[in-house]
Design a protein around this ligand. Structure first.
Ligand code: SF4
Length: 168
C-alpha cells in the first residue's frame, strides 16, 4: 500500500508564503487512485508548522537541504533574517507527521526551500531567481529516513508506477 504525503499547497490549501496555494490539477489522478483503494493520501505544510502565514519568503544559501541539516548552509529570509533552526524544526515536524501516518512516499512542491525534491533557488543570488540542484530541508530529512521523495513535476510517472504495481 502506498501511503503518500502531499505538500498541502498542491492540494489547494492557502499555506504558501503569500497565503495562497499552488494547486496542481494533475493531483486529481492521485486522488482517483485513492478512491479506488490503491493508495492513501495525507497532507502537511512543513513551513506552516513553524512560521505564520503569510510569512517572509526564504531561501537556502550556498548548499541544499542536506547541507542545512548538517549545519553547513543557512536559510535566510529576503530581508536577511537567519531562520535555519526554525526550518529544521519544520522538517522534523514533517517527519513526525509522516511517521505517525506510516508514509512511504512524499509528493512535494518543486523548488521550495522546504519541499523542493530536485532543485531549490540559490539564495545567494537573490533577487535573481537562479535554480540549483538539490533538495529542500524537509525533503532531505524525509529522504534520510527512507521515505521516497517525488517531485510534483514527476507525478505522472509516479501515478503510472502505482497503477502498474496494482495491475489496473
Ligand atoms: S512548505 Fe511545502 S507545503 Fe508548505 S507552502 Fe511551501 S511548498 Fe507548500
Amino acid at each position: 500500500m502506498y501511503n503518500i504525503f502531499v505538500s498541502s499547497c498542491l492540494l489547494g490549501l492557502d499555506c504558501n508564503y503569500k497565503a495562497e496555494n499552488n494547486y496542481f490539477d494533475p493531483i486529481k489522478t492521485l486522488i482517483t487512485l485513492e478512491s479506488k483503494g490503491l493508495c492513501s493520501i495525507s497532507n502537511f505544510c512543513p513551513e506552516q508548522s513553524e512560521f505564520p502565514t503569510p510569512r517572509e519568503p526564504m531561501n537556502i544559501h550556498f548548499g541544499d537541504g542536506f547541507d542545512v541539516l548538517e549545519g553547513g548552509s543557512q536559510v535566510i529570509t529576503h530581508s536577511g533574517v537567519e531562520v535555519s533552526t526554525a526550518l529544521i524544526k519544520a522538517a522534523q515536524n514533517t517527519l513526525s507527521f509522516c511517521k505517525q501516518n506510516k508514509v512511504t512516499h512524499a509528493v512535494l512542491m518543486e523548488g521550495s526551500p522546504s519541499c523542493g525534491a530536485q532543485w531549490v533557488y540559490k539564495g545567494e543570488c537573490w533577487p535573481k531567481r537562479v535554480k540549483k540542484e538539490g533538495m529542500g530541508v524537509a525533503a532531505a530529512l524525509l529522504k534520510k529516513h527512507n521515505i521516497s521523495v517525488v517531485s510534483h513535476l514527476n507525478l505522472a510517472v509516479f501515478v503510472k508506477e502505482i497503477a502498474e504495481q496494482s495491475k489496473i
